[in-house]
Ligand binder design. Structure first.
Ligand code: C5P
Length: 331
């Protein structure tokens, strides 16, 4: 294809894409790499808390927003969704002339990868609109340039993540697992939370990394990351194949949690309230400040969500199930 836009004549005029939030069932964080990123060993799950994106051909690349954060998010080239359209257009050799509209429901800067989800949706949607013909694996590889969580949101389901989180391998999981997502007022900056973890570890206030330190020679790159032994416990893998939420609850863990709580001490109250309401486990989602409660079933999830709302320990409580598919074209 050429920059002048030699696109197939029968291409669709518009697409709608639905993209889930991500949670981390387990998140092990190593010491920072030479590039400043932290090596991760994580198990991601996509949950049924969705942003909806519509994309249509336009005279130039444009972005509009509705829903959570519509008045605060940038709509220029710094928005990850705009960068995703430009990146794929460049790859395909077409002009990035699409109007993207984001209907946002995933809390912002909440540890749920909302911005990454929108970027994944734009990659998948634009590939359909421009008939790029990329496989999910191709799009996931491209997505790594946009952010560490973007490849997982192209793939969805449940997956093991390594590298800085961008290397993803699907993991068999049944479910549905019933989650309550307790959103907080105001976000937390992801780099700040990682920095706080490093600072806590430096003083012994957080446990040292369980991920082995990387060799000084970083030349091996992703191949070396893949070769590292997985830290995912067999008990977690077995729990994901069972239908016993108590087993899954026993294996949930997040290295970033002490750092998020240090920056936002009120999260402790949210987690305690979740457990008091009958959650099988409660933990911070990714870098926070959203908190997750695992419930025994759908009725329990609804009850826990109502109780968290009533106690005023969150700005909103959403019930969600996982795993669900990654970014999906609806029309
Ligand atoms: O990859 P992404 O752009 O989402 O990361 C945002 C920031 O979070 C990075 O710039 C980095 O400061 C921090 N980060 C990290 N280690 C990771 C992922 C993210 O330190 N594995």
């Amino acid at each position: 294809m050429t920059q002048s836009g030699a696109l197939p004549a029968n291409r669709p005029g518009a697409v709608r894409v639905r993209v889930p939030a991500k949670i981390n069932l387990r998140l092990s964080v190593g010491a920072p790499r030479p590039d400043g990123f932290h090596p991760l060993d994580t198990v991601y799950q996509a949950i049924s808390l969705y942003d909806e994106i519509s994309i249509e051909h336009a005279d130039r690349l444009r972005l509009t927003l509705d829903g959570i954060g519509a008045n605060t998010l940038p709509t220029d080239g710094t928005n990850l969704a705009v960068r995703a359209a430009a990146l794929l257009a460049d790859r395909l050799g077409v002009a990035p002339n699409v109007a993207v509209h984001l209907d946002k429901h995933i809390p912002l800067a909440g540890g749920l990868a909302g911005g990454s989800a929108d970027a994944a949706a734009v990659l998948v949607g634009c590939d359909a609109l421009w008939r790029g013909g990329h496989s999910r694996a191709d799009l996931a590889a491209l997505a790594a340039d946009l952010g560490s969580d973007v490849p997982f949101l192209v793939i969805g389901g449940t997956a093991h993540g390594t590298g800085r989180g961008e290397l993803v391998e699907p993991v068999p999981a049944v479910g549905p697992w019933h989650w309550v997502v307790a959103a907080a007022d105001g976000g937390l900056s992801t780099p700040r939370v990682y920095g706080q973890l490093d600072a806590l570890r430096a003083t012994g206030a957080a446990p040292p990394p369980t991920l082995p330190a990387l060799p000084d020679d970083d030349a091996a790159g992703p191949a070396r990351d893949l070769a590292m032994p997985s830290l995912v416990p067999d008990r977690l893998l077995a729990a994901l194949r069972s239908d016993d939420p108590a087993e899954l609850a026993a294996t949930l863990a997040n290295d970033l949690q002490p750092a998020s709580i240090a920056l936002r001490p009120a999260l402790r109250r949210t987690l305690d309230a979740g457990l008091a309401a009958g959650a099988l486990a409660a933990l911070v989602s990714g870098s926070g400040p959203s908190c997750l409660c695992l419930a025994a079933d759908a009725a329990d999830a609804a009850r826990i969500a109502a109780e968290l709302t009533e106690r005023g320990v969150c700005s909103a409580a959403h019930v969600a199930v996982g795993p669900v598919a990654g970014a999906t074209v609806l029309t």
